[in-house]
Ligand binder design. Structure first.
Ligand code: PNS
Length: 179
């Protein structure tokens, strides 16, 4: 059975990676597919190409996982391919995610006859989201535990000036504490 793991992945977090890794152990093949909304391009920190590059790098070790993108309705993407894409995977971090996800899953079933399977992320990722990670990174904070290496590198690169300044400040603080 194949599966599709859709999302914005702006950028992919350790929570997404946890769900994806669990899905890759259950399904024969998992396609991680990045939503590309050409009309809302400016809303993302990373371009579609950047998000795909980060995903390729972050998922390279998972043999039965491939990376793709889609524009428009997810159900259209699911039905377009001649290959059996299988079912939709969505991750749940906490009960608060459930209400929204339930609504989307029902709507997708109504308009596209798709099945959705929820996979619970490990509790240590329950507080991690792409938007919070983007916020922390925009101030040069440490996001290394919350995202895979490829995302951390890309975030540091995106905010290179802020991270360089913060590194300088931290170095100066350390040096001022030296006897
Ligand atoms: O990572 P996200 O932002 O939670 O992912 C949401 C996503 C991309 C899975 C969802 O917004 C989606 O499927 N968008 C495509 C448009 C669509 O099919 N909408 C219908 C849902 S009723």
């Amino acid at each position: 059975m194949n599966a599709v793991f859709p999302g914005s992945f702006d950028p992919i977090t350790s929570g997404h990676m946890d769900v994806l890794t669990r899905a890759s152990r259950i399904f024969d093949h998992v396609t991680v597919t990045v939503m590309h909304n050409a009309r809302k391009q400016g809303r993302h920190l990373f371009t579609l190409d950047e998000r795909l590059e980060i995903l390729e790098s972050a998922t390279g070790h998972l043999e039965n996982v491939s990376v793709d993108s889609f524009d428009g309705l997810l159900v259209d993407y699911m039905s377009r391919s001649s290959q059996d894409k299988g079912i939709i995977i969505r991750g749940l971090r906490a009960v608060s995610d459930y209400e929204y996800e339930l609504q989307i899953a029902h709507l997708n079933r109504q308009i596209g006859d798709t099945e959705t399977v929820f996979i619970m992320a490990a509790t240590r990722w329950s507080f991690v989201s792409s938007s919070m990670v983007r916020e922390i990174a925009s101030y040069g904070g440490d996001i290394s535990e919350m995202v895979p290496h490829a995302s951390a590198q890309a975030l540091r690169h995106k905010h290179a000036d802020i991270y360089a300044e913060r590194d300088m400040q931290q170095r100066a603080q350390r040096e001022s504490r030296l006897p």
